[in-house]
Design a protein around this ligand. Structure first.
Ligand code: MG
Length: 367
């Protein structure tokens, strides 16, 4: 079986809440997502999705996905999409870095492998653990009262885990964490995610000011060294995200005991193949994970569900259902949240079919 065509469509994903705001005043109101299709000589087509969190979160941007595909896709034509290791080796030889560009092709080839074998991707990724996947809700950065109200509303919809977007003014952030913790039950989990937004001394003030509360601290500062300094001076459970962009950083952080939980995003790591490698290593090393992506719609959500559902439950800290944050459904068959949980599809592959009527013309078409 050979890849004969790689194509991509752009699709805009407006937010249900109107906008999404996080550290340093960063904000997005419409996400620009790319649906990637990989077609084989046997007529089977697999799909993936890549949606950076704007151009100012990770070193990734939406038009970069499409430009990168134009560069990379010609090197994939002729490869067997079922040979994921070989395909990734080829992509890494053809294009240095740019993991998010590779992610859509890799995801689409897992979809093909599932369709060819008649198995859902979660079974191919290791097997289905448990009945369902627990979700967290990301709470956009707004004044403390509003964030507490939003958390209470999402809690009434069944969520039990919440990720507060902090990393703003540290005094306001202390209020945000305090007011939100007040509306939660003791068993609810709260994460304060600064998304690199605090300087080291600000982070030290915040962790000391909320020391009496049950809250996880995620990626407080920009550099790994700053995060490590904060980690070594706090007893809150600690999550690393932006700094862990591959195996080297994961091993370094493990060796430094720099985290209790790590956030794995499929496109940050270069696709499902590389995320599976890191996920499996985390399981072996006893590190729990948030399994997700930077953003996306139905196809990304389906991929997250398969990745999370194939991870032993005790190592699944949280995942998220991005398709419920946006007003546009870009595919049928994607998981739908039920009382704070979702499930991976039983259908072969990712179990989705793009809604082509909503997608723009092909922005990339290499064959
Ligand atoms: Mg994070």
């Amino acid at each position: 079986m050979k890849i004969v065509r790689v194509f991509a469509h752009r699709v805009d994903l407006p937010l249900v809440e109107g906008s999404y705001k996080w550290s340093g005043g960063k904000s997005v109101s419409i996400f620009d997502s790319t649906i990637v299709g990989v077609e084989t000589d046997q007529g089977i087509v697999g799909y993936g999705e890549v949606c950076p969190l704007g151009p100012f979160y990770l070193p990734a941007y939406a038009e970069g996905v499409r430009a990168g595909l134009r560069e990379l896709a010609p090197h994939c034509i002729g490869s067997d999409p079922r040979e994921l290791g070989k395909l990734n080796h080829r992509m890494d030889a053809a294009l240095k870095g740019h993991p998010y560009v590779k992610s859509g092709i890799d995801m689409a080839c897992w979809d093909i492998l599932g369709k060819v074998s008649g198995l859902p991707v979660c079974q191919l990724l290791g097997g289905r653990f448990g009945e369902q996947v627990r979700l967290y809700r990301a709470i956009s950065q707004t004044p403390p009262d509003e964030m507490a109200r939003n958390v209470a509303n999402y809690k009434s919809e069944g969520y039990t885990r919440f990720q507060l977007k902090v990393g703003g003014d540290p005094d306001l952030d202390i209020q945000r964490i305090r007011q939100v913790r007040e509306v939660l039950a003791p068993s609810d989990r709260l994460v304060a995610d600064a998304n690199t937004g605090w300087t080291q001394h600000e982070a030290m003030r915040v962790v000391r000011a909320v020391r009496d509360l049950d809250v996880y601290i995620e990626q407080p500062c920009l550099t790994y060294e700053e995060c490590l300094a904060v980690r070594r001076n706090t007893d809150h459970p600690f999550v690393l995200d932006e700094n862990v962009d591959g195996l080297d950083m994961l091993l370094r952080a493990k060796s430094d005991l720099a985290m209790d939980v790590v956030n794995l995003k499929i496109s940050k790591l270069g696709g499902l193949t590389k995320t599976k490698q890191i996920r499996d290593l985390c399981v072996s090393m006893g590190i729990a994970m948030t399994l997700e992506d930077s953003w996306g719609g139905d196809i990304t959500t389906a991929a997250i569900a398969h990745l999370a559902h194939s991870t032993p439950e005790e190592f699944r800290f949280t995942s998220t259902d991005f398709n419920s944050y946006v007003t546009v459904s870009n595919a049928t068959g994607a998981p739908q949240r039920e009382r704070g949980f979702m499930k991976a599809s039983d259908a072969p592959g990712l179990g989705i079919e793009p809604r082509f009527e909503l997608l723009g013309p092909r922005a990339v078409d290499i064959h």
